[in-house]
Design a protein around this ligand. Structure first.
Ligand SMILES: N[C@@H](CCC(=O)N[C@@H](CS)C(=O)NCC(=O)O)C(=O)O
Length: 310
């Protein structure tokens, strides 16, 4: 059993990306099933306000955003890297485009009227209203997650067609082995494919369906469910293992120890306050003193977040 604790819920596409990566790496890990809507008190104690799903915990180090989590997992399991050096920039760029624009199209596809009609959540009016209110609060101040279905559908289908053409000549998107681009693309497809009512979206794209089968076959690793309280106890008993990275902080005009806020720039615009520990070109991290847990370090990828002095 590794020290990894995944905070996720079954329906979450970005969680599926990480579960599948853990499967590809044949990892064993613990997992906390978090609530789909707020309140999420255990998660908030760990992150200090970041509320997107999933979150990865290693002791008292908390990793936000699946882009960073994938790099952390790849560093821990370096065999069959999903970040091949020869494609570092191309794969990073494509994965980011996929996790943002393609995901936005996938959200519009997954919430189209034909999909909602048969969705378990939306058959219960109270649960549906609570979900909609929660997501309105989640995306307050942002338009980054909303796209009209009439715009999203042709974009999504165009990309499926391109994927289908490309996958006819190679098993994975960058060649013979899966890369981060496959995992990012998979979770967007999975989100739509998961709903039987709209599964026929994929019927014209047999190569995509075959590739999804190859990806799915990696499984989800060996997952041991634990409670939120057990995960908090792990954080409370652990000491953060992160060394400060001071040099690159000059980019931000900040020094280690500065009191800062780190906030996503797209949606879920809730800041995490702490003392700056890492500000490299790839990563940001702050130390928080949590009344319940003691010191925890919360990590973010650089791309997609901003850091501001408080
Ligand atoms: N950039 C983030 C996006 C995460 C994201 O949008 N997650 C969705 C669920 S898949 C979310 O947080 N929804 C609101 C919630 O779970 O409370 C990542 O890569 O982890």
């Amino acid at each position: 059993m590794s020290d990894l604790i995944l905070h996720h819920y079954p329906e979450s596409p970005f969680s599926e990306k990480i579960r599948l990566l853990l499967g590809y790496k044949q990892a064993s890990y613990q997992a906390v099933a978090i609530p789909v809507i707020q309140p999420k008190p255990d998660l908030m104690a760990l992150t200090g306000g970041y509320r997107k799903t999933p979150v990865l915990q290693i002791g008292a180090d908390i990793y936000c955003d699946s882009a960073l989590m994938a790099r952390v997992i790849d560093r821990l399991y370096p065999d069959n890297t999903v970040f091949p050096a020869a494609y570092e920039a191309v794969a990073g760029g494509l994965a980011h485009w996929t996790d943002t624009l393609l995901f936005k199209c996938a959200v519009a596809m997954a919430f189209q009227p034909r999909a909602l009609a048969s969705h378990a959540l939306f058959s219960d009016p109270d649960a549906a209203a609570a979900f909609m209110a929660d997501r309105a609060e989640f995306t307050r101040g942002s338009t980054e997650l909303s796209m009209d279905f009439s715009i999203a559908q042709p974009y999504f289908l165009m990309h499926l067609k391109r994927l289908d053409l490309q996958l006819a000549s190679q098993p994975f998107l960058l060649g013979e082995a899966p890369s981060i681009v496959d995992f990012s693309t998979y979770h967007c497809c999975w989100f739509v494919h998961n709903n039987e009512a709209i599964r026929d979206t994929f019927a014209p794209f047999p190569e995509v369906l075959a590739w999804m089968g190859r990806m799915r076959a990696f499984g989800q690793g060996e997952l041991t469910p634990i409670s939120g309280a057990a995960a908090l106890a792990v954080a409370a008993a652990a000491t953060p293992a992160t060394e400060p990275v001071v040099k690159a902080m000059q980019v931000d005009g900040l020094v280690a120890g500065d009191k800062v806020n780190i906030t996503p720039i797209d949606y879920g615009l809730f800041p995490v306050e702490g003392r700056l520990l890492v500000a490299s070109l790839e990563e940001l991290a702050v130390v928080r003193d949590d009344p319940q847990l003691g010191q925890v370090v919360v990590h973010f990828p650089r791309l997609g977040f901003k850091v501001e002095k408080v």
